[in-house]
Design a protein around this ligand. Structure first.
Ligand SMILES: Cc1ncc(COP(=O)(O)O)c(C=O)c1O
Length: 404
């Protein structure tokens, strides 16, 4: 009998971007020039002092496992950071260090959902959320937000979506893919709705918190600390410290939930790499001003990218306050055709044709549950961004209405 992949594995949707990266590789192998704005990680090196701390940890012989929830010294740094940045006092027994924010979200859902529980996910969403909810036997419930609201959920929409089966809400601010950040007042309004529904857990993905260019992006639990009794903060070192490959993240939760999270981690992975945990200590010992240069570079690129996009025909582009993505609306270009006769009905068509004919890699909004958008990452050099934007402009200029 042929070996079978489990129902669980079969039920997981493959990444929607795989088709694009496979085609991009084929085109590159044929000798075509491909420029991609698809990166989900900073194009910077990890700061030297963090690397030195990891090397030192190796020389000091820290080669074994750490306790399952993570080094106490690292959890102390995280508790201090949560007090300083989020204004919450937490003990180290409320913190579980993991192999990245991605694992933290998956474990948070596994630790708190029962089969059939509904989890509200505003769209556009980070691609992994719905599959992770399904993997934990929950049901994702999508709320479509609008370009006009900067893709932010409003209290009325939240109220309407909550049912007796609702068990969770996933919030991501600053957001991947839109870069939008909720303001204090917006969070206060959402908090009012959530207070009326004490069975709803709140999963707050704060992985881009240090990449904010205008104003602030407070945590929901900073503006409504009472909600933290049913909340999980998910964060990590990947984006703010340019440490994607180090695989280091964490969850902060009420003690009983943290125990559940630790139990899952103990049976699935154990603590993350000891070397990375020492690096994490050094990262959190750095003054936040160390991140200013990277932030300034991202801000300058953002302004350039937004300005170019705002001048392109059929494209509407708001200014993202955080993360390193722009998410323009291209609904004005849907229902057109390329110079080669291909029709563009969806963001997926748009990105596929731009890849084929302009050698430009972007991620279609369809992958994030928002059919009218496309995601462009500005985690790339100026020269790379200039070339990509030029290709996009030329591609758009070559489009014509469907009837012509
Ligand atoms: C919104 C969001 N959450 C979580 C993650 C995962 O981060 P990590 O590298 O810490 O697993 C990403 C990475 O792209 C992300 O964009």
């Amino acid at each position: 009998m042929a070996f079978q992949v489990s129902n669980r594995a079969q039920a997981l949707a493959p990444s929607q971007t795989l088709k694009f990266s496979a085609r991009a590789k084929e085109l590159a192998a044929e000798g075509k020039s491909i420029v991609a704005l698809t990166a989900g990680e900073p194009d910077f090196q990890t700061p030297g002092v963090i690397c030195d701390a990891a090397i030192q940890a190796i020389h000091d012989g820290h080669h074994g496992y750490t306790v399952n929830a993570g080094l106490p010294a690292l959890r102390e740094r995280i508790a201090h950071k949560i007090s300083r940045d989020q204004g919450l006092e937490v003990g180290i027994d409320q913190i579980v260090v993991s192999n990245g924010a991605k694992q933290s979200i998956g474990f948070s859902l596994l630790a708190t959902l029962n089969p059939g529980d509904e989890v509200i996910i505003p769209t556009p969403f980070w691609v992994s959320y719905p599959e992770m909810v399904r993997f934990a036997e929950g049901t994702p419930i999508f709320i479509r937000t609008s370009y006009e609201s900067a893709y932010k959920l409003n209290p009325e929409q939240l109220k309407q979506a909550i049912t007796p089966k609702t068990r969770g809400l996933i919030l991501c601010s600053p957001s991947n893919p839109t870069g939008s950040c909720y303001t204090r007042d917006e969070l206060l309004e959402l908090a009012d709705v959530l207070r009326a529904h004490p069975n709803v857990m709140i999963y707050s993905d704060e992985i881009y918190e240090y990449l904010v260019y205008d104003g602030e992006a407070p945590s929901l639990f900073t503006v409504a600390p009472d909600l933290f009794e049913r909340g999980i903060i998910i964060n990590g070192f990947s984006k703010g410290f340019a440490m994607t490959g180090w695989r280091l993240g964490y969850m902060v939760a009420p003690v009983e939930i943290a125990k559940g999270l630790a139990k899952i981690q103990s049976q699935e992975t154990s603590a993350p790499s000891t070397i990375s945990q020492y690096a994490g200590i050094a990262a959190y010992d750095l003054p936040l001003s160390e991140l200013d240069d990277m932030k300034q570079t991202f801000r300058t690129r953002r302004d350039k990218v937004v300005d170019r996009l705002q001048h392109m025909k059929g494209v509407q582009c708001q200014v993202p306050q955080g993360a390193f993505y722009v998410f323009p609306d291209i609904s004005g270009l849907l229902g057109t055709k390329t110079a080669y006769g291909a029709t563009i009905e969806s963001s997926t068509d748009f990105c596929m044709e731009a890849l084929e004919h302009a050698g430009l890699g972007m991620v279609p909004g369809d992958a994030f549950g928002e059919p009218n958008g496309i995601r462009l990452s500005f985690a790339a050099s100026d020269a790379h961004l200039d070339e990509a934007l030029q290709r996009l402009e030329t591609f758009i200029e070559g489009l014509s209405p469907m009837s012509s």
